[in-house]
Design a protein around this ligand. Structure first.
Ligand code: ARG
Length: 459
């Protein structure tokens, strides 16, 4: 053929830049082992329905085994002239085994082939991601377990609001990541379907058995309509949306770690292996890992938007636009796997400054709501209680002390129902212990939440 890719239909070679512009092999090589897996299942089905001789199937299996070895040991002769991973592997197969290699593409198109490869690849990627989200959840549970009695300020508007335990705060993230796992599991069900058999777009004239190929590849079902099978990429968009939510959660946690690590807060230290220094300021230890995870969240969101935009105006069925689905997908998975791995390790190696946390909770009138609730329990309407406590806070602020530091007589100026028992309510421990219900911050409630999470994880 005049151009290495195509046959007599063409009267001049493909332009060199066009070749490079249209080739995907430099990145879709990552699909190679899944391409082989898909081809082997297809060939086996072909032979079972009598479309491929047993000897040809045996030759294809032997040839593919050899090709797999070449790829794994980095000796495979990749060629940009052969455009993509599919043509590279098929051409090599034919070089190795002759005629039988040329029979493999019977009842198949690269359109249903590539859709199958991407689904197999993504299914495997989702499983790896799930394992790492799980590891991160376990790291959070392990840390939470040590800190059900560690009191820190809970914030709203980044201002001290009410005391919570550090464990309770960590468990909030644990729940976010549990939802991420559920979303990924649901997404996987839609990824795990077989496009093969759709051929180019309209199905095929051969008596194929799609269900058999699905079974061989472990797919839960078919992408039934042949036009949809070759052109759908919403599974990739859905995955990238799930991935964006994981990154959003990691990014929020990153933001908090960065704040907590700043000397202004001094709540935690990250292990040195997750930090870097400054080239000019000798005193610095910078939280580069959380900052980069926060930054890389932007690129994953970008991939989501890129894939949505890639699909929005494509007429049915396959268009070459779809070749652009791979790099965003690959990069999303790489980013997620690294971020999750680092976080699981980093959270396991945090040093907690319980004194600084406690001091911060004491300084912000964090038990003001508890005082209001105390008044309500003694019969004061909540709105009046709110006002009385607001005046008490203002008074304490003017004196530069905490509510618990005001003598009883001074507190009574704001409401005559206040008695000596108020001091139990004004303590941080009392505040936590009083919120002892499902989902509350009391140590007993948080211990129960940790136990439930461990049970669902089987950890
Ligand atoms: N490399 C292509 C892709 O990634 C494979 C399918 C090519 N099909 C075609 N008709 N050009 O989408």
């Amino acid at each position: 053929s005049p151009n290495g890719r195509w046959s007599g239909r063409f009267s001049e070679p493909v332009d060199e830049l066009v070749k490079r512009f249209t080739a995907s092999v430099l990145f879709d090589r990552r699909l190679a082992l899944f391409d082989i897996q898909g081809s082997l299942a297809h060939a086996r089905m072909l032979s079972e329905v009598g479309l491929l001789a047993a000897s040809d199937l045996a030759a294809i299996e032997a040839g593919m085994a050899r090709i797999r070895e070449e790829i794994e040991s980095d000796r495979f002769p990749w060629s940009v002239d052969l455009e993509d991973v599919h043509m590279n592997i098929e051409r090599r197969l034919t070089e190795l085994i002759g005629e039988a290699g040329k029979r493999l593409h019977t009842a198949r198109s690269r359109n249903d082939q590539v859709a199958t490869d991407v689904r197999l690849w993504l299914r495997d990627a989702i499983d790896q991601i799930q394992a790492r989200v799980r590891a991160l959840r376990i790291a959070l549970l392990d840390l939470a377990e040590q800190h059900t009695e560690t009191i820190m300020p809970g914030f709203t508007h980044l201002q001290v609001a009410q005391p919570v335990s550090f464990a309770h705060h960590l468990m909030a993230y644990q729940e976010m990541f549990a939802r991420d796992q559920a979303r990924l599991a649901d997404c996987r069900r839609r990824v795990n379907r077989l496009p093969l058999g759709a051929a180019a777009l309209a199905g095929t004239t051969y008596p194929i058995r799609r269900e058999r190929v699905a079974e061989l590849l472990g797919f839960e079902g078919l992408c039934e309509n042949s036009l949809d099978a070759v052109s759908d990429r919403d599974f990739a968009i859905e995955f990238t949306a799930c991935a964006s939510l994981v990154m959003m959660h990691l990014s929020r946690l990153s933001e908090e770690l960065i704040l907590w690590m700043s000397p202004r807060f001094d709540f935690i230290r990250l292990a040195d292996r997750f930090c870097t220094g400054s080239s000019i300021m000798p005193q610095k230890k910078n939280p580069d890992v959380p900052e980069l995870v926060r930054g890389k969240t932007g690129r994953v969101y970008g991939h989501l938007m890129g894939l949505l935009t890639l699909m929005k105006a494509q007429p049915l069925a396959y268009n070459k636009d779809n070749q652009e689905d791979k790099e965003p997908l690959f990069d999303t998975v790489d980013t997620l796997l690294d971020a999750l791995t680092l976080f699981a390790d980093m959270m396991g190696a945090i040093t907690v400054n319980t004194q600084a946390m406690r001091q911060a909770a004491r300084e912000g009138y964090a038990t003001a709501t508890d005082l209001a609730d105390y008044l309500v329990k003694k019969g004061v309407p909540f709105r009046d209680a709110h006002e009385a406590v607001a005046r008490a806070v203002r008074h304490a602020e003017a004196k530069g002390c905490d509510l618990a530091d005001l003598p009883l007589e001074e507190l009574r100026q704001f409401s005559p129902v206040i008695d000596a028992d108020v001091f139990a309510v004004l303590t941080l421990e009392g505040s936590l212990a009083a919120r002892n219900h499902l989902g509350g911050t009391a140590p007993a409630a948080v211990r129960a939440a940790i136990a439930r999470a461990r049970a669902t994880l089987g950890a």
